[in-house]
Design a protein around this ligand. Structure first.
Ligand SMILES: CC(C)(COP(=O)(O)OP(=O)(O)OC[C@H]1O[C@@H](n2cnc3c(N)ncnc32)[C@H](O)[C@@H]1OP(=O)(O)O)[C@@H](O)C(=O)NCCC(=O)NCCS
Length: 187
């Protein structure tokens, strides 16, 4: 069975939306499906981001069926990394297509990309409750790294006493940052 891994394009978003929704639900971020338009908007921002370099939104396909997705970006990694690494934010295989090497195909492309950027480390976020997923990565040589914490921009701003509105709608700031990272990586 041939598995093709390619960058997701704008015209594929509707096809990929159910997988995107599934990934967000299994990660424990929410229990119910969100409206299609919202998923498409979130994915469109990722495809936009990818155009700037330093970020990729990958889809795995068997024939014309999307069976897996991954989003990855270059990451600084902080003091624990000597050089920028590649960070897997999501790597998700459709529940009906597990154990057919789709995850392996996505990880292969991510690792190939890391190598082409001169990155010698790949980092992944695994939801704390996903022991199975952690085992899968452990089998590929991933060990424990940082304990990540997350806060909302508005909550942090409030505690810092920052005033004025914050525009979280157009993602332009992130696009600019990714473009600069992409240029630095020669992509
Ligand atoms: C983890 C995951 C990516 C694996 O994808 P997959 O396509 O099923 O895995 P593959 O078929 O490529 O696995 C290859 C090998 O790993 C083994 N494997 C599969 N799942 C495993 C697991 N949980 N633990 C250990 N090994 C596992 C397979 O048996 C296979 O070994 P083999 O070739 O010797 O038979 C997939 O199960 C998944 O998407 N899980 C949910 C991820 C998630 O939580 N997403 C949301 C947040 S990002």
């Amino acid at each position: 069975m041939d598995i093709a891994v390619r960058d997701v394009t704008m015209d594929q978003l509707e096809q990929v939306a159910p997988l995107w929704d599934q990934a967000w639900r299994v990660s424990g971020r929410r229990r119910t499906a969100v409206p299609l338009a919202l998923s498409i908007d979130r994915m469109r921002r990722r495809v936009d981001l990818a155009a700037g370099g330093g970020y990729r939104f990958l889809g795995a396909w068997i024939d014309d069926t999307p069976v897996g997705i991954a989003t990855v970006s270059l990451t600084d990694g902080g003091p624990m990394m000597d050089a920028p690494g590649v960070h897997i934010h999501v790597l998700h295989v459709d529940e009906e297509h597990r154990n057919r090497r789709v995850g392996t195909a996505l990880l292969t492309e991510v690792t190939r990309w890391a190598g082409s950027l001169g990155s010698d480390q790949v980092v992944v976020d695994v939801p704390p409750a996903s022991r199975d997923v952690a085992r899968w990565y452990a089998a590929w040589g991933f060990g424990p790294y940082l304990n990540r914490r997350v806060g909302t921009t508005s909550g942090i701003r409030r505690r810092l006493g920052m005033r004025g509105p914050v525009d979280l709608t157009n993602g332009r700031g992130r696009l600019a940052a990714a473009t600069a990272m992409g240029r630095a990586a020669g992509r």
